[in-house]
Design a binder for this molecule. Structure first.
Ligand code: HEM
Ligand SMILES: [Cu+2]
Length: 536
């Protein structure tokens, strides 16, 4: 790569002042990096409010009987908690924050293809979020359907479902437009020499994600419109009393929501790949296998939605076909884990915070994945369906997967974004506490589910008490770790920068430019003359 170390004369994107100054300078900026950071700040706010709701639920569950809230409040809480975490944090999460911050830079572009559309997506995201949040305080009470809005209950409950569904609908549009923008950017704006097979894996995972966002999200958008139409106009799509079919709702919902799992996990896998490569100082093992497995996950992920409905009513043939295809997704996922391991093999490993987060990711994601196979098998799924086992599984996957990758990415790219280094020791201590708390919090739920504790109840039988106490204490430990991690990063913004241009010896394009990057990223568009990861 050409030497680009002398670029201090241009103002960086954090201090750059366009037509407007201060806050307005941010809110009107079409710079992809600023938009990425605006997603980040909004998202952290939603995430932390979701964490508080999680803590409250766990506190209620510390022992049998009512502690701090009644049944209806608990129903409202798990609904908003789920909505917030899924639609406001993990689905947009890694793609909207780190994709916006780094995709254009990693392919050698000055911005995304449609910068204004990008800003518009952010506004849609904020609008959708505001509507979802106000749905809690308006109308006749917080929605109590769970984040899945299953019919026919979502048609019958008199809580504020229409508002929450409208918010989710708008969030879907934001997601579609971001996906479209990223796809076009990768097709049109790659720097000279940046062939498809030279793109960093993170870009490839965003490519797969972009297609899912574009093709699957409209399905859930229409489903939500159908719910609104049914509630407001009494059209009978889903209500059997009107001739509708509640199972149709589940099909439509999961045709989006299963692929949505890959919207969140693919970019997460991309981040982990970047980190594995940089911190073992070796080029990725099996680049094309990584590319193909990303696209295979995106593709096969469309055909497995029925595994959410094994107990809902389907022919045995349909169930086994869905079960079989579900197992097929394990193959490209396993290829990734195998290739990460092979990348580490004989690498000269740099033991630092982002690497530890990546290892944590692999550990919890494998537990999530294996428990997913338990749920993908017909016999065992019917036993643990709608129990705490499922809650354990999806927290290991979505929080353990996407959440860990989100923090891994934050620690990896933080010096690039802010031009500052953080205290690595404190970051590691925070991570260890977080990791212990995470497993104490969720692992007991596997056991609880197997012995029969149902999910979505504010109360339980006395024999489930001990694992629940462990789990609740785990939630406190985990939050302690989380606070240490976040405060450490907040403090670092005032810290001194030393050798921050390329602190980890990264080889992708973002490590060749200034930290923080200048407004248009590159002083001159780079000409790429080698593969993605140019380690000897
Ligand atoms: C401090 C962290 C967290 C705690 C203590 C926590 C705890 C809980 C609890 C107690 C439930 C209710 C389970 C039930 O009664 O069935 C729940 C549901 C849920 N959580 Fe979390 N959670 C946390 C973080 C997250 C994160 C980060 C995500 C997403 C990445 C997430 C996604 C969900 C979803 C989707 C539900 C399902 C809601 C529903 O049943 O409709 N949670 N969580
Ligand atoms: Cu699924």
């Amino acid at each position: 790569m050409t030497e680009q170390k002398e670029h201090k004369h241009e103002p960086n994107f954090l201090e750059y002042q366009g037509k407007h100054r201060g806050l307005m300078g941010w809110l009107t900026s079409t710079d992809h990096k600023r938009i990425g950071l605006m997603y980040f700040y909004a998202m952290m706010t939603f995430f932390l409010s979701g964490v508080i709701m999680g803590l409250l639920m766990k506190f209620e569950l510390i022992s049998p009987g009512q502690q701090i809230m009644g049944a209806q409040t608990y129903n409202g809480l798990f609904t908003v908690h789920g909505l917030t975490m899924i639609f406001l944090f993990v689905i947009p999460g890694v793609a909207a924050v780190f994709g916006n911050l780094f995709l254009p830079i990693m392919i050698g572009a000055k911005d995304v293809s449609f910068p204004r559309l990008n800003l518009f997506s952010w506004y849609l995201y904020i609008l959708g979020a505001i509507i979802v949040i106000t749905s809690q305080f308006m109308g006749s009470g917080p929605p109590d359907t769970g984040w899945t809005f299953y019919a026919p209950y979502s048609l019958k409950t008199n809580t504020n479902v229409v508002a929450a569904v409208t918010g989710a609908f708008i969030l879907g549009f934001s997601s579609i437009l971001t996906g479209l923008n990223f796809l076009v950017t990768m097709h049109r704006l790659r720097a000279p020499g940046m062939g498809w097979m030279r793109m960093p894996i993170f870009c490839w995972t965003l490519y797969g994600t972009g297609w899912i966002q574009l093709l699957a999200t409209p399905v859930v958008g229409i489903t939500f419109l159908m719910v609104i139409a049914e509630r407001t106009l009494g059209i009978g799509f889903f209500d059997p009393a009107l001739g509708g079919d509640p199972i149709l709702y589940q099909h439509l919902f999961w045709i989006y929501s299963h692929p949505a799992v890959y919207i969140m996990i693919l970019p997460a896998m991309g981040v982990i790949t970047e980190i594995m490569v940089t911190f073992s100082r070796k080029t990725v093992f099996g680049y094309s296998a990584m590319v193909v497995s990303s696209m295979a996950i995106a593709f096969v992920g469309y055909f497995v939605w029925g595994h959410h409905m094994f107990t809902s009513g389907m022919s045995s043939t349909a169930r086994w076909v869905f079960s079989f295809i579900t197992f097929l997704v394990a193959i490209p996922s396993a290829i990734k884990v195998f290739n990460w391991t092979a990348t580490l093999y004989k690498g000269s490993i740099n033991l630092q915070t982002p690497f530890f987060w990546a290892l944590g990711f692999i550990f919890v994601f494998m537990i999530g994945g294996f428990s997913g196979l338990v749920l993908g098998s017909l016999a065992t799924d019917i036993h643990v369906h709608d129990t705490a086992f499922v809650v354990a599984h999806f927290h290991y996957i979505v929080f353990g997967g996407t959440g860990f990758a989100f923090f891994a990415a934050l620690h990896y790219w933080y010096p690039k974004i802010y031009g500052k280094v953080y205290n690595g020791k404190i970051a590691n201590i925070g991570l260890v506490i977080f990791f212990i708390g995470f497993n104490l919090l969720y692992f007991p739920m596997f056991y609880l589910g197997m012995v029969g504790m149902p999910r979505r109840y504010y109360d339980y039988l006395p024999q489930f008490t001990t694992p629940n106490i462990i789990s609740t204490v785990g939630s406190w430990i985990m939050v302690t770790g989380l606070l240490i991690v976040i405060i450490n990063l907040l403090k670092a913004r005032k810290g001194s920068g030393k050798e921050i241009e390329d602190p980890w010896d990264g080889k992708t394009l973002e490590w060749t430019i200034a930290s923080p990057p200048i407004l248009e990223n590159f002083e001159e568009i780079p000409v790429v003359d080698h593969e993605a990861y140019d380690y000897k």
